[in-house]
Write a protein that binds this ligand. Structure first.
Ligand SMILES: Nc1ncnc2c1ncn2[C@@H]1O[C@H](COP(=O)(O)OP(=O)(O)OP(=O)(O)O)[C@@H](O)[C@H]1O
Ligand SMILES: [Mg+2]
Length: 415
């Protein structure tokens, strides 16, 4: 069995150390010791050799910063996570410059603490594997981004198809959009794409398909260069696609594309859970409608109970109705979380869906399109901002020959 990671707690305030210790214990992690700042921390760390050090930022932070630096002098491989009560960028930056790998703002709960520590330990492990050349055997893997929402009609397919077109078109990435809505998948219709092969064909051959043959199973959106894996044309045929099968499909696609986008149905069941588990990022969409907020609350809680890493979830507000007056900050209060993104109401967005031409292509200067293009950029860390140009035949032709080989930026489930 894997060893439980052991934590060294460093803070000059005994009460803060005590509280943090309780959180670490609740997170099912081990505590190897606790200490104040300075040489006591350094000698304890040298003896105890913790897997991770959690160090408080005092006010003023100088002693804490010097302690972090001194700890890294003796244990350069040991990740340090810092925390404090201030969420000012300046203090976070100073902690990072001293060598901390993460910073969380107190108070936090044990799940968030575990999440933060798990992420830094995973990053450390990847670094170790990279240094010893072992990561090659894992093969390259792109970003898998699921667009989910705990309700129908919140804009999942609209957002997924616009992101796909923005990423593949103007941002020049190799992208496949999987219609993973196993009720009434409609992405092909939103992109006005003629469907010949569907997810059923790839499911059938998924164990034997060659990377080079993959695009034979996909449909190309000519305007943007986005690849599409459409839903079956008869919805009942989804019944033959198991959660395991969709997992395999996603895995195969991640070996070929920079970004695998997956649209989903508005329900939390074994099928959508399989998709979420395969994704290293989940864009969780809610509208300001009461039942969408309520379902989001319940859904997030359910995922927390399943120990789904919270850091993979990016919460997004989509204002789908013109007469929507609920203030986002109120919804954030109810959900106990901040929105990562907010898409404004824009009738052009709706129009794009109706004419089969996503707004990012049909009307790239509208508010909705700008927001969606910026979202695509921030999710993937893609390309510097540039003016959005309308697709022209020459551009499309150039795209066709230049796209496809770009390496995925390393994504670790968070921005
Ligand atoms: N920001 C927006 N402004 C205006 N209209 C929007 C916006 N986002 C989505 N819509 C519209 O809302 C409707 C529902 O969107 P969409 O079909 O993408 O939702 P969905 O979550 O995929 O639904 P389902 O679960 O039924 O598949 C569509 O008519 C779409 O054009
Ligand atoms: Mg949909």
């Amino acid at each position: 069995m894997a060893k439980v990671p052991e934590v060294l707690l460093v803070d000059q305030d005994p009460q803060a150390r005590y509280e943090l210790k309780q959180l670490v214990i609740q997170s099912q992690l081990g505590v190897v010791g606790e200490s104040s700042f300075g040489t006591e921390a350094v000698s304890l760390a040298t003896d105890a050799r913790p897997d991770v050090i959690v160090c408080g930022m005092s006010d003023p932070p100088e002693r804490a910063l010097r302690t972090i630096e001194a700890l890294l002098d003796v244990l350069p491989e040991t990740p340090i996570v810092s925390y404090g009560w201030q969420d000012e960028v300046a203090i976070v930056r100073r902690a990072m410059q001293a060598g901390a790998r993460d910073y969380f703002v107190m108070p936090i709960d044990s799940a968030r603490l575990l999440d933060s520590i798990t992420l830094v330990l995973e990053a450390e492990e990847r670094k170790r594997l990279r240094m010893s050349g072992q990561t090659k055997s894992l093969g390259p893997r792109g970003l898998t981004l699921a667009v989910f929402g705990a309700k129908g009609g919140v804009g999942k397919s609209t957002i997924a198809s616009n992101l796909g077109v923005a990423l593949a078109g103007d941002l020049g990435q190799s992208v496949v959009l999987v219609d993973g809505d196993n009720s009434f998948g409609d992405v092909a219709a939103m992109l006005e794409t003629h469907v010949e092969r569907t997810v059923l064909d790839l499911v059938r051959d998924v164990d034997t398909v060659d990377r080079a043959e993959l695009t034979e199973y996909l449909t190309r959106h000519d305007d943007s260069g986005l690849w599409l894996l459409p839903a079956p044309t008869e919805p009942l045929r989804w019944r033959s696609v198991t959660p395991d099968a969709i997992r395999k499909v996603i895995t195969v696609l991640t070996r070929r594309f920079d970004v695998v986008l997956v649209d989903t149905a508005g329900v939390l069941n074994d099928f959508s859970l399989a998709i979420l588990e395969e994704s290293n990022m989940v864009l969780w969409v809610t509208s300001s409608d009461f039942s969408s907020i309520n379902n989001t609350l319940l859904g997030l809680k359910a995922l927390e109970e399943l120990s789904y890493p919270e850091s993979r979830i990016k919460l997004m507000l989509n204002v789908v109705s013109a007469d929507d007056g609920v203030r986002p900050v109120k919804i954030e209060e109810v959900l106990g979380r901040k929105f990562f993104w907010s898409l404004p109401y824009d009738r052009e967005v709706r129009m794009g869906g109706q004419i089969g031409r996503p707004v990012v292509a049909a009307n790239p200067n509208s508010d909705g399109a700008r927001s969606l293009i910026d979202l695509a950029r921030s999710l993937t860390g893609a390309a510097p901002a540039r003016a959005v140009k309308k697709s022209t035949p020459v551009r499309r032709l150039l795209n066709r020959f230049t796209r496809g080989g770009t390496a995925a930026a390393p994504v670790e489930g968070r921005l």
